[in-house]
Design a protein around this ligand. Structure first.
Ligand SMILES: *[C@@H]1O[C@H](CO)[C@@H](O)[C@H](O)[C@H]1NC(C)=O
Length: 329
């Protein structure tokens, strides 16, 4: 055999060994360890979930996150699950990407593959009521709903809450787009038959814990020279509207506010809620307000501040939850 052939064989052999090792690594991931250990890892982690790079930047910029030295992350279905501590609380976090399918998929994987005591979501939202929420504020909703699940009726149908003709400009009138009826969504859960729901309630005990933990909250007012006009606040008990489209339209924002009493619109919260409820897991949602629906987009500094303030609220909440121990066998 020529020396070149030998070299090629050697390289191939090495590649095979490496591939096998990395497979063993992934099989020996911390999930399995957590699932099968008797007291080896006697803690449940809190699952921290967010959608965007902007959110992850807030987490990393804070300097409060420390990756686990042995198993810093696990990749599943193209998502990276990061294992570590946030200001000394044990967490596992995932950046889900946007829109309901991606958010729900990542949350479901997190809940299936890792032992967590619950899900904490933080993200951005648009205010639907400037009198209550302005950019930089954080909303802690009591309930969220999917408001993008439509039964689109025929022209001149008598049914449907959203009547396009009401929005004709400059005058109301008939509109070929007709009307839209809002649909409930199927909620599956382990101990009950599937049911149709609209509002998805935030876990009461965690909602109450959040109001307690955030009584005094240090929000940030400025970021790289951009400052909020007022002192940012945390607003409790709001209702959040979620859809796969982000609401930048004032007329539609007003409609959501008038008809559903929603004060925020986002593209993720209801997915986190539905997935957590289906798994009978505790969850809570922190929405940083990055803009007011229909107003000129806020500058990127302001939307980062919204993300950062929502992150700070989530951290404060996480630090207030005692880390539950797994029962040892
Ligand atoms: C991190 O933990 C320390 C000590 O418990 C606390 O004083 C601080 O406020 C926490 N930081 C944040 C951002 O919550």
């Amino acid at each position: 055999m020529s020396s070149i052939n030998l070299a090629v064989l050697l390289v191939l052999g090495l590649l095979l060994v490496t591939a096998q090792q990395s497979m063993q690594m992934s099989l020996r991931n911390p999930t399995a360890e957590i699932e099968t250990s008797n007291c080896k890892i006697a803690f449940l982690r809190l699952g921290l979930v967010f959608t965007s790079d902007n959110n992850e930047k807030a987490l990393l910029d804070s300097g409060l996150y420390e990756a686990d030295s042995e198993n810093p992350s696990v990749d599943i279905a193209g998502r990276r699950f990061h294992i570590g501590t946030l200001n000394n609380s044990l967490i596992i976090y995932v950046k889900t990407g946007s829109h309901s399918v991606n958010v729900a998929t990542a949350v479901q994987i997190l809940l299936l593959r890792f032992r967590t005591s619950g899900i904490i979501f933080f993200g951005s939202s648009g205010s639907l009521d400037e009198k209550i929420l302005v950019p930089g504020d954080v909303a802690v909703p009591k309930a969220v709903a999917f408001t993008g699940v439509w039964d689109w009726k025929k022209f001149r149908s008598e049914e449907g809450k959203l009547v396009f003709g009401d929005f004709n400009y400059p005058e109301n009138g008939e509109n070929l787009l007709g009307t839209v009826e809002y649909q409930k969504i199927n909620m599956f859960s382990p101990h009950e038959a599937a049911k149709e729901v609209f509002w998805l309630p935030i876990t009461t005990s965690w909602y109450n814990a959040a109001t307690e933990a955030l009584k005094v909250c240090q929000s940030q007012k400025c970021y790289s020279g951009k400052c909020l006009p007022g002192k940012p606040k945390v607003v409790f008990g709001s209702k959040g509207s979620t859809s796969d489209f982000y609401v930048r339209n004032k007329a539609y924002g007003d409609f959501l506010n008038d008809n559903f009493g929603a004060t925020t619109a986002d593209t993720a919260s209801a997915s986190v809620a539905l997935t957590s409820l289906s798994n009978e897991k505790l969850f809570v949602v922190f929405q940083g307000v990055s803009n007011v629906a229909g107003e000129t987009n806020s500058e990127s500094g302001i939307s980062y501040l919204a993300s950062y303030n929502a992150f700070l609220a989530a951290t404060k909440f996480i630090n207030s939850i005692p880390t539950p121990r797994l029962a040892c066998e």
